[in-house]
Write a protein that binds this ligand. Structure first.
Ligand SMILES: Nc1ncnc2c1ncn2[C@@H]1O[C@H](COP(=O)(O)OP(=O)(O)OP(=O)(O)O)[C@@H](O)[C@H]1O
Length: 271
């Protein structure tokens, strides 16, 4: 019996099973900004260790849905949500949920790279420190190095860890923000158009990184780029006017969507 091949088979089986494991699920999600309803009865599952792309024309509610997943909408006074969102089966809007802890488990990377006005090192270590995950200098050094390696940035910055994060290029700053998100060991990473402020080379690096991160994290990404959705995601969800039009495997969505609306959107007929 070949032990290696047995282990490899087991890994493949585990990966296949994980692909179908639901990490987060939105059920009948409605969101209102004051009187205005922005999402209508959205039912969407986010699968473990995969990248789910949220697509659709401007204003259709992609970012609103994304922000529901770690309760970022709580920070908007006029925003109200009904329905249910679960994380590993647990309702994240239940009264006993600690939102700070939730946001450590469901991290976020924004459209515009937004490093703190501190050193590269301090940017990465900030989260683990406030969450009490590190105390000694050695632990901090270790987490900074590990997070920067995972974000594909370590080699570029290892000699200037104590220089300001804001001094990096836009693409490097975005990877620093990804390192900062990773540092607190999240299970899910939400990305709201993470490449829209980046040039094509920096975009390619971040896309490559997203593909690598999928092995250890569950990723949900909002994107306006159909090419990006096709390149990085395994599942795609199409929104229009606050409703989920359809969702499914990305290759099917891009070759044989169920609705004409999706077909028209992905072929650039509107949006
Ligand atoms: N803070 C807010 N206050 C009031 N209305 C809002 C707020 N944020 C979003 N909206 C409204 O909710 C709707 C959905 O917006 P959202 O930003 O989720 O769409 P989107 O699909 O992400 O758009 P885009 O692609 O342009 O970023 C829009 O009509 C928008 O004007």
């Amino acid at each position: 019996m070949n032990i290696m091949s047995e282990a490899a088979t087991e890994r493949a089986v585990t990966a296949a099973v994980d692909q179908f494991e639901i990490k987060m699920r939105g059920t009948d999600v409605c969101v209102y900004y004051g009187e205005k309803q922005a999402l209508f009865d959205v039912n969407l599952e986010v699968r473990k260790n995969s990248v789910t792309a949220l697509i659709g024309p401007s204003g259709c509610g992609k970012s609103t849905f994304l922000r529901c997943l770690n309760r970022m909408n709580d920070t908007i006074d006029i925003c109200r949500i009904t329905g249910e969102i679960t994380f590993d089966g647990e309702n994240i809007y239940a009264p006993m949920i600690d939102v700070v802890e939730l946001r450590a488990r469901v991290g976020m990377v924004f459209q515009k790279p937004n490093p703190f006005p501190k050193s590269i090192y301090e940017n990465v270590v900030y989260g683990p420190r406030i969450h009490g995950q590190v105390t000694t200098r050695a632990e901090m050094d270790e987490i900074v190095e590990r997070s920067l390696i995972k974000a594909g940035l370590f080699n570029e910055v290892k000699d200037r860890l104590h220089e300001p994060g804001t001094g990096l290029s836009g693409g490097q700053q975005q990877r620093l923000c990804i390192a900062r998100a990773i540092a607190v060991s999240p299970e899910v990473i939400l990305m709201d158009e993470p490449c829209s402020a980046l040039d094509p080379i920096a975009t390619a690096k971040v896309e490559e990184l997203i593909d690598e991160l999928r092995e250890n994290y569950t990723i949900v990404i909002v994107t306006h780029s159909m090419q990006q959705a096709a390149r990085v995601s395994q599942r795609t969800a199409m929104f229009h006017l606050g409703k989920l039009v359809e969702e499914g495997p990305t290759d099917k969505m891009f070759t044989n969507p169920d609705t004409k609306l999706t077909q028209d959107y992905i072929t650039g007929r509107f949006g």
